[in-house]
Design a protein around this ligand. Sequence first.
Ligand code: ATP
Ligand code: MG
Length: 212
Amino acid sequence: MRNIIFIAPPAAGKGTQSNLLKEHFGYIHISTGDLLRAEIASGSKLGMEVKNIIDIGNLVSDDLMIDIIQNKLTGIKGKPFILDGFPRTLNQAKVLDEILDDDYEVIYLELDKEDAIKRIEGRLTCSCGKSYNLNDEELKPKVTGICDNCGKKLVKRDDDNVEAFIIRYDNFLNNTKVLVDYYNNKNKLHIVDVNRNINDIFNDISRIVAND
Ligand code: ATP
Ligand code: MG
């Protein structure tokens, strides 16, 4: 099993596809957004600092993110993993190159701004990692406001509003999108159109994972 790196604009479905890959193939899912939100929930000083950055839609510093990822990758001891949310800058990608062998594939989840903003507006999330969307009949929770998976209360992320989205999307265009060329030049890139239903997207991704 190849390791997977997801590159995507906000709300493209990295978390949803990572959960499916984890369920079907047993990957370890490393979501930097989830790790940062857990740090915030712990009430630590570091959590308070990153909350101010994340809530307005900005990127956390490369140094902190690299530290977090290095620790995580050491902890999983060579098991196959998915990176969801890292790298997000060219600097992060270059440092990652020094850590990883060549055994990974990069999947770019392609979604335009208008579709992404609609998803952000309707999104509710659970602390267990599952996301829902109130603007999509198929993606609504069975019971209003409650996670189908674990029964916990769904919440709206503090950065899931139009103002923060615009900054997040601009950060994606200005900092992250260069990684598409970067990995294409290394022959690592697979592009998946994610303006489709979850299962069709997952089938495409499964094929990429199986062929490599
Ligand atoms: P999605 O909508 O698919 O969950 P996202 O990009 O909106 O993706 P997360 O990946 O959950 O959200 O990340 C949330 C926030 O955490 C980012 O907006 C950013 O502030 C911070 N963050 C996460 N990963 C990184 C990273 N590699 N470098 C810098 N900041 C990061
Ligand atoms: Mg996510």
